[in-house]
Design a protein around this ligand. Structure first.
Ligand code: 5RP
Length: 292
């Protein structure tokens, strides 16, 4: 049991020293076996070390939310621009064409509509994840929630054990309960707990002081977009996140609820991989929108 009486908050994050990658482009993965590295290389572009994941798993707790009413019409045209798809197995096997040949980060736990964002103690059967040839399994953690923290950490632990056995990386997704403060202290705690319990990727939110969250997390951090923002603000969010140490984004609503989802995902891709600043990214968005 850790002695929490004299818990001293971290202060020296070595922000002036870039994290070494030990010869492999994915942070913290240099010592993993071949299968893990192969899957991570499908998610994180070996040239940039970054990823643009397209998240459309929202229906598992939100139902047919705006922009996801018809995955076949809304999402399939965007797949070509995404580095990785994040969805549930139900949507994957019923709607996504198997010849898209994109890596899949599979939502591997379950949620409820009563307590949205909090999952129950449910985990996909690893054999199903293997059958679906997924490149990663995503599991949610509810750090700081008295009812769900222990259950969700146990779920992550189990997913990591199973994933390690078969070479499938696990992404820890930090859920934010209504009572949590969305700051660097909380996201830093939740992200580090994911990594300490074996997650190979962490998905969290951007916040002020995010550079400390990313620096103190020994595996790649990708950011969720959250609620729909004006396009330029969403591109600023992506730009700040990757410049503050994120290895990419795992975005949903800011793409599929955009005035032009195809233009938006291409602009995000250019900011994340090609170093466009928000103004340039927004210019590209408008050019693509007008050429539609
Ligand atoms: C919910 C998720 C979602 O996939 C995630 O929040 C990304 O979507 P958005 O950018 O719309 O927030 O993991 O737990």
């Amino acid at each position: 049991m850790a002695d929490l009486d004299d818990l001293r908050e971290g202060r020296d994050f070595g922000l002036e020293v870039a994290a070494g990658n030990q010869g492999y482009h994915v942070k913290g993965a240099a010592h993993l076996p071949w299968g893990m590295k192969d899957r991570l290389s499908r998610i994180f572009n070996p040239k940039t070390g970054r990823t643009v994941m397209l998240a459309f798993d929202h229906g598992f707790i939100m139902g047919p939310t705006s922009g996801l009413e018809r995955i076949d019409l809304n999402i399939i045209p965007l797949i070509q621009y995404a580095d990785c798809l994040m969805c549930t197995r139900g949507i994957l096997q019923s709607v996504i064409p198997p010849d898209t040949n994109k890596p899949v980060c599979l939502r591997s736990d379950a949620g409820t509509t009563i307590l949205t964002e909090l999952n129950d103690n449910v985990l996909i059967d690893i054999e199903d994840a293997i059958r679906l040839n997924v490149s990663a399994m995503a599991v949610m953690l509810s750090i700081g929630d008295p009812d769900f923290e222990a259950k969700t950490i146990a779920n992550l632990y189990k997913a990591v054990d199973l994933g390690s056995r078969y070479g499938i990386p696990v992404m820890g997704v930090t859920a934010v309960g209504k009572q949590m403060v969305r700051d660097a202290r909380y996201f830093g705690l939740a992200s580090r707990i994911c990594a300490e319990n074996g997650a190979n990727i962490v998905k969290t939110y951007y916040c002020e002081g995010f550079e400390k969250v990313a620096a103190a997390c020994p595996v790649p951090v990708v950011i969720a977009g959250g609620k729909k923002l004006p396009e330029k603000e969403a591109l600023e969010l992506c730009y700040k996140a990757v410049n503050d140490g994120a290895s990419g984004v795992d975005m949903g609503r800011n793409v599929f609820q955009s005035a032009s989802p195809a233009a938006m995902i291409q602009a995000i891709h250019a900011v994340v991989h090609d170093g466009l600043n928000p103004e340039q990214g927004y210019g590209l968005f408008n050019d693509l929108l007008n050429s539609d």
